[in-house]
Design a protein around this ligand. Sequence first.
Ligand code: FDA
Length: 397
Amino acid sequence: MPAAHAFHVIVLGAGAAGMMCAATAAARGAPALVIDHADAPGEKIRISGGGRCNFTNLSGGDATRYLSGNRHFAKSALGRYTPADFLALVARHRIAWHEKTLGQLFCDGSAREIVAMLTEEMARAGVELRLSTAAEDIAHGPEGWRVRLSDGTTAEAPRLVLATGGKSIPKMGATGFALNLAESLGLPIAETRPGLVPLTFGPESLETLRPLAGVAAPAAVSAGRARFEEALLFTHRGLSGPAILQASSYWREGEAISVDLAPHGAPGEALVAAKRAGPKRALATALAEQLPRRLAQALADGSGLTGNLADMPDKALRAFGEGLRAWTLKPVGTEGWRTAEVMLGGVATSALDARTMEARKVPGLHVIGEAVDVTGWLGGYNFQWAWASGHAAGEAI
Ligand code: FDA
């Protein structure tokens, strides 16, 4: 008969949240076991931020930068484990970092340094990490949790932490495990959908968008009430780039998005001025002073304005310029879980205690990280939520 191991806590998932939780709990004296079906811990950390890991954001403590069924829920954990706390940990491990833009903090070297930092923190605190191991059966009784593992052993503990993340990038081992288990234990689930994901378009829009594939331009993209001013990227299937990824989390099927190609300019006035300065010039040439050349050419071709600037009435140029500030497009969908950076939705916050991340109706069960219905903006916010929620549960265990 395989031996049963007694731990104080079993953490399912050796990702960002699970490792932070286990290290925190074990450092406070709680024997912890972390299991993961992958053969390496923190795989999403490793590939994040183009291999440099955008590990937090200077505004990571601002709860308005997270989407959730309850916009107040994240405040408690984010307030008690801040970007400065994570930076102090990074400093203790002598990991060099820099701010890229918009408060986004990246490693100077490699994302692997963050994975190594977390595995070292776990090892120092005595956490047992078992990789290539799946939970095959989970039973809950008055004495706690009993988890049958794929290595033939059984682990027991009074506390169980669900830290298996979201459904994005199934190719990397992402599963709906946490949601299925939480649901089977009676926890409500907020509807899930891919977030921070490129948007796709039907044939009509693609006629304009596809020839521009590869072009990037600064823009402000609005979806619902949210507006993001960052880069926009044209792709073969539609639109991507940070501004679109951000807006995608707020976009709902059937709705249109609005693209402002001159968030700080008055493009109509600039074209009228260009006409005065050089009436013989083509519209595309004048527009290329404000926008990337290929985009300027495509917009001029589709403008319906003919001849050179001198042939175009000021009013028409102003109207065309105004159109550049409110280009309305209707996506048909998103690139889906295959490429989404995060999962929106998850275990409903109403089921969890915001301070401890413990399930209100299932004592001893904690849910942390992306599995919870808290999703950050692009730019280090999702890791900050993973660290903060993992830390909150680790402190409570
Ligand atoms: P995470 O996904 O990190 O960990 C879950 C763990 O559970 C994994 O190790 C998985 O193998 C394991 N697991 C799953 N199912 C299991 C099962 N059934 N049994 C056992 N183990 C199981 N965020 C950010 O802030 N800055 C960034 O730069 C990026 N960049 C980025 C790039 C890409 C390509 C992606 C896909 C995502 C990002 N993110 C990001 C988002 C960020 O990676 C994500 O929000 C966190 O990793 C979530 O942390 P968790 O610990 O909740 O899940």
